[in-house]
Ligand binder design. Sequence first.
Ligand code: SF4
Length: 107
Amino acid sequence: MSKIARRKFIQLSAAAAAGAMVVPGKEAVAQDMPKVEEDEAMAQAMKYVHDASTVDPASRANPAAEQNCANCALVQGADGDAWRPCQIFPGKLVAAEGWCTVWAPKA
Ligand code: SF4
């Protein structure tokens, strides 16, 4: 191995080792999760939509006003995030402005 190739190999190895030591935080993991699609079977079963304003309030079983994923008891993640994990859709993100029939008020 030439000196230049050896030096490059050492540099790349050091960079790879440094990258392997980076442990992603919970937030980074959530950001990597896929978004729920409205046409998925589970989403359709729960009548999930990305935009709660498209749902007629009169059609809801729960009459509470201003329902969306951001103010639902089942949403997870950080307040203010546009897409957040939800207990009903494990491994996926729902829109903060979304809604589904499982909506429940925060205690
Ligand atoms: Fe949104 Fe709540 Fe339905 Fe989850 S359970 S999709 S947070 S309304």
